[in-house]
Design a protein around this ligand. Structure first.
Ligand SMILES: NC(=O)c1ccc[n+]([C@@H]2O[C@H](COP(=O)([O-])OP(=O)(O)OC[C@H]3O[C@@H](n4cnc5c(N)ncnc54)[C@H](O)[C@@H]3O)[C@@H](O)[C@H]2O)c1
Length: 302
């Protein structure tokens, strides 16, 4: 049996009604896990459960908006009442409210923080409590984004929460190490209704939905494939095979698998007694400027 089989494991996937979350739920169930399918949309949550059970898997729906602590408590209760335990959480639910900074409303900002950041915090907290009580280790997978790794025009809210989620995973990897609970961030890229809102990808998404194959160069150069292309990383991170992997940010999309660095110190200078602004200016021009990195996605050779 492969070490990434999940027989007997119980996994919660939030936002699993469609797209990436649905692909994760299907792949986890196919690997043998019992899945608690969460979504704020009851119809898609039920559809996802029917798809899994229809092909012989085990799944139940747990409908509610992630964010409030009550939803997180309900999710863990449903896992334990439905399947007897909890082994892994995949905190995937998310929304976009894109606007440039000067047009972004408080509501745009708060909705994104509430779903991604608070939703992952409250579900992660409840999952950790349950997994610590069980005393048999566990897995937490949070979902970042290239936007959080590099910054992203028009996504103040989203880039901030996605960077924050990676920091959460790093923090939890430290706090939960003694309990053998791993915490990692997946940085996915896939064609979904969410990516379809990005003008450069709208047409590609429409062709994908119409059943056209995704061009090989898009799978490779843009790391864009189907939601199903992302799922094997989530299965692996939920499994015994990845027991020694924690605190990492790992990207996947199309044909590309990526290991991200932790923020690294690029240079250090000292000034006895502290710094003044002129000293900082000189240090910047003479030593740091050449090492400074640009923001935004990496520029790739054509
Ligand atoms: N699609 C990509 O390329 C991409 C890239 C980077 C990160 N992501 C992240 O992956 C995750 C899934 O993205 P997607 O493209 O599948 O998005 P999607 O919009 O297609 O699906 C999101 C799902 O989450 C559900 N949802 C929204 N708010 C919720 C809430 N408060 N509680 C419960 N469920 C809620 C929606 O109903 C929907 O079913 C998100 O966290 C997203 O930020 C996606």
């Amino acid at each position: 049996m492969s070490a990434s089989q999940l027989d007997g494991r119980v996994v919660i996937v939030t936002g699993a009604g469609r797209s990436l979350g649905r692909a994760y739920a299907n792949a986890l169930a196919d690997a043998g896990a019992s899945v608690v399918v969460n979504d704020v949309d009851p119809a898609t949550a039920e559809e996802a459960v029917a798809e899994i059970t229809g092909r012989g898997g085990r799944a139940i729906a747990s409908v509610g908006p992630v964010g409030p602590a009550e939803t997180a408590e309900q999710l863990v209760r449903d896992a334990v009442e439905g399947f007897g335990r909890l082994d892994a959480l995949v905190a995937n639910a998310g929304v976009l409210r894109d606007r440039v900074l000067w047009k972004m409303s408080d509501d745009d900002f708060d909705a994104v923080v509430a779903t991604h950041l608070r939703g992952t915090f409250t579900t992660g907290r409840e999952a950790a409590k349950r997994m610590r009580e069980q005393g048999e280790g566990g897995r937490i997978v949070v979902i970042g984004s290239p936007a959080g790794q590099f910054g992203s025009f028009g996504q103040t809210n989203y880039a901030a929460v996605k960077a924050g989620l990676v920091a959460m995973a790093r923090t939890w990897s430290l706090e939960l190490a003694r309990d053998r609970i791993t915490a990692n961030a997946v940085i996915p890229t896939a064609l979904s209704p969410m990516t379809a809102t990005i003008p450069a990808y709208t047409e590609l998404y429409e062709r994908f939905v119409a059943g056209e194959p995704i061009p090989a160069e898009v799978r490779r150069e843009s790391a864009l494939g189907s939601p199903e292309d992302v799922a094997p990383l989530v299965v692996w991170l939920a499994s015994e095979a990845s027991a020694d992997v924690t605190g990492q940010a790992i990207g996947i999309g199309g044909d590309r698998l990526t290991l991200y660095s932790h923020p690294a110190v690029l240079g250090e200078e000292y000034s006895d007694g502290g710094w003044d602004a002129d000293g900082i200016d000189a240090a910047w021009r003479e030593r740091f400027a050449a090492q400074a990195q640009h923001s935004g996605p990496p520029k790739r050779d054509a």
